[in-house]
Design a protein around this ligand. Structure first.
Ligand SMILES: C[S@@+](CC[C@H](N)C(=O)[O-])C[C@H]1O[C@@H](n2cnc3c(N)ncnc32)[C@H](O)[C@@H]1O
Length: 322
């Protein structure tokens, strides 16, 4: 909540740095000096509610509260949770019309009807539910597939809203009418997303800087982490992206926000150029790559041998004519 001018306590530079560095260390979120007013606005109101006298006391409260309760409340206060269904349509078109058919085909061939998708920093649920709707629309016989959309966020408040699954017109502004009619029911409080859509989504609380937890995410086919890392410092981004790389299966795809880039953050991914968007991709497995290289080598040596055979035949022909 943003306090009114009268109830905002001035945040001195040294207190700002202490609180800012603590938030950065624990969540990756970084507030530059020019964002001091955000911390000031949001914490003033919280301190008044708690009856905490000053920023120093509040700092000690979040630092030494072993239950993490106040830290969780702080995360609810300082995170930016803006999102909507079908956010950035070209990226989702690339997902539904280009990436997904490739993966589905691959899995059909290997007879492994399993899909693991991850929406990291899912906010109030619009992103993972959009992915769920797309899968239900695009995968024939989706019920016969083992599908998991793992969705998590550092804020308990947004996860509560995601679990409730009731949305307003603003959230659905980019959603086609027939999708709303098919997957939502109109209620006095808003549009309730259907259980079929919810069933594929597994919501959980997670801090992306908790690398022990991150290491438990494996074999992800497609990862979405859009508009989350923009709030992190480059060092934190590097670390998180390295863990994302480890979580993806070889050949898996990685969607970041359309205005974000991995430039200066990671060189591990290659760029896949689709009609509707550019998507990062983890190289296919080292063995597959090695096999491809040796296949290429064999093909080249086969061509070389056949050229040599032709040359030998020509030399023999020339010699016989001399
Ligand atoms: C702007 S929203 C993006 C939502 C969605 N991905 C989208 O693009 O529409 C960013 C979300 O990232 C979450 N977030 C920020 N830091 C995080 C962290 N360290 N771990 C997990 N989630 C985090 C915020 O709570 C917020 O809900």
């Amino acid at each position: 909540m943003i306090g009114t001018k009268s109830n905002i306590q001035e945040l001195k530079a040294e207190d700002f740095v202490a609180i800012r560095d603590f938030i950065h260390e624990r969540s990756g979120i970084f507030f530059a000096e020019n964002k001091k007013y955000i911390v000031e606005n949001r914490l003033s109101k919280r301190m008044a509610d708690l009856g905490v006298k000053n920023y120093k006391d509040y700092f000690y409260l979040i630092k030494y509260d072993t239950s993490q309760k106040e830290f969780n409340t702080l995360m609810n206060l300082i995170t930016t949770n803006e999102t909507s269904f079908f956010r950035n349509p070209p990226q989702l078109k690339a997902f539904s019309d280009e990436v997904l058919p490739l993966i589905v085909k691959e899995k059909e061939v290997s007879k492994q009807r399993k899909l693991r998708i991850w929406s990291a920093g899912c906010s109030t649920g619009e992103e993972p539910y959009t992915l769920s709707i797309i899968l239900l629309e695009k995968i024939r016989d989706a019920a016969s597939w083992q599908i998991e959309i793992l969705a998590n966020d550092i804020s308990e408040q947004v996860l509560y809203a995601a679990r409730t699954g009731v949305y307003n017109d603003m959230s659905l502004r980019s959603t086609e009418r027939f999708i709303i009619e098919k997957y939502f029911t109109r209620e006095p409080e808003g549009y309730r997303v259907s259980d079929d859509v919810k069933r594929l989504v597994k919501l959980s609380h997670m801090n992306l800087t908790d690398f022990k937890k991150m290491a438990m995410f494996k074999d992800i086919d497609i990862l979405f982490c859009r508009n989350v890392m923009i709030y992190f410092s480059d060092d934190v981004k590097r670390n998180i992206v390295r863990h994302f790389y480890g979580s993806l299966r070889p050949g898996g795809y990685f969607f970041i926000g359309h205005s974000e880039s991995l430039h200066g953050i990671s060189k591990s991914f290659k760029l896949a150029y689709f009609k509707n968007a550019l998507v990062y991709q983890k190289e296919a497995s080292a063995t597959a790559a090695a096999a491809a290289v040796s296949e290429r080598r064999e093909a080249v040596s086969e061509r070389t041998q056949s050229t040599l055979r032709t040359l030998e035949a020509m030399q023999k022909l020339l010699a016989s004519k001399r």
